[in-house]
Design a protein around this ligand. Structure first.
Ligand code: SAM
Length: 223
């Protein structure tokens, strides 16, 4: 798989993808990731990529020219063009799973007031939001998407079961709580059942706890 990110802040987008599990996946050749400076496609002598909004209003809007040029330079026959925007469809675990089966993701990041809407009309396959809040630019949002996608690639996690038995594997459930040693920490004890060696009972306990945790923190998922 290959992922290209087009942004005004390539270093911000790449920093979270340059360590630990994700860097190891990159080193192992499971994914190639590149972040590109949008200004490299500006034809302006000051490398400008934005202008004031037509019809008035505050802030600046990213112009279509540099973004069209970037997509035309980077697009392949199997490319899916993703725009990071708070106006997009929510990015969920099932979106991450779907993206992980693509050959090439080309992720466009906005800044200021966002991007000229002709980009959405003519270039973008999918608009994606990482949540109902507004970030200053799309670089961090792109890194979030890449992290969630790359860890799902076969071979990225030490144990493939980690991504099969976790929160949202079943979209209506959070994972059960986890404990490790010491079994008694300052009088706080690991639940007996997890030390029993009885796998049927442990499974049953995890199922109950998973429902309980979902009910407590994310009742919207159970509904
Ligand atoms: N004016 C836009 C609006 O109200 O919808 C917000 C623009 S935001 C300040 C600048 C850029 O940050 C967006 O173009 C997008 O790339 C990125 N961004 C901000 N919040 C985001 C979110 N929740 N999910 C994905 N991208 C986001």
């Amino acid at each position: 798989m290959r992922i290209d990110i087009v942004t005004l802040f390539p270093e911000v987008a790449l920093a979270p993808l340059s360590d630990s599990i994700i860097q190891r996946a990159r080193d192992a050749g499971l994914v190639e990731v590149a972040a590109h400076q949008l200004r490299d496609w500006s034809e302006d002598k000051h490398r400008r990529v934005d202008d004031t909004p037509c019809g008035g209003g505050q802030g600046m809007v990213l112009q279509p020219g540099p973004i069209f040029a970037a997509v035309e330079a980077l697009r392949r026959p199997d490319t899916r063009v993703i725009l990071m925007t708070p106006q997009g469809r929510p990015f969920l675990q099932e979106t991450a799973r779907r993206f992980a089966s693509e050959g090439h993701l080309l992720i466009l990041c906005g800044h200021y007031e966002g991007v000229d809407h002709r980009v959405v009309e003519a270039l973008v396959d999918e608009e994606v939001s990482i949540g109902d809040y507004v970030l200053t630019n799309g670089a961090i949002a792109a890194a979030v998407v890449c992290d969630a996608v790359i860890r799902l690639l076969p071979g990225a996690l030490g144990d493939a079961r980690s991504s099969e038995e976790e929160s949202f594997s079943d979209p209506t459930r959070l994972e059960a709580p986890a404990y490790t040693r010491p079994v008694d920490f300052r009088g706080l004890k690991v639940p007996e059942v997890l030390l029993s060696g009885n796998h049927a009972k442990i499974r049953e306990w995890k199922e109950e706890q998973s429902i309980e945790r979902t009910r407590s923190n994310r009742p919207d998922l159970l509904a």
